[in-house]
Write a new protein. Structure first.
Length: 98
């Protein structure tokens, strides 16, 4: 059973997430910066369809991408440059959250 969140931004422990569907942890709440920051700090993220309740997930296993461990081969770097990709960090935070 998942918890229904109303006002509290304290999420249940990620260990209590369902195994099926994998990682469903809670329902409800809001997408305010406070909720999102608290969720992301604990490995939780919102994933839902428009018009439906907000569902909060923490699947097991979770992927953790450590920037220091990324190794980009020459061929991938060339392809990324030629494809017009751009990687930015800490840019337009407010616009991204909206």
């Amino acid at each position: 059973m998942i918890e229904r969140r109303q006002n509290a931004t304290v999420f249940p422990p990620v260990e209590t997430a369902l195994t099926e569907p994998n990682g469903l942890l809670a329902q409800g709440g809001s997408l305010s910066p406070e909720w999102l920051l608290d969720a992301y700090r604990h490995g939780i993220f919102p994933w839902f369809n428009p018009g439906e309740p907000i569902l909060w997930w923490s699947p097991d296993p979770r992927m953790v991408l450590l920037p220091g461990d990324i190794r980009v081969t020459r061929s991938l770097a060339k392809r990324m440059r030629n494809a017009g990709f751009e990687l930015r960090v800490d840019t337009a935070f407010v616009a991204v959250m909206r």
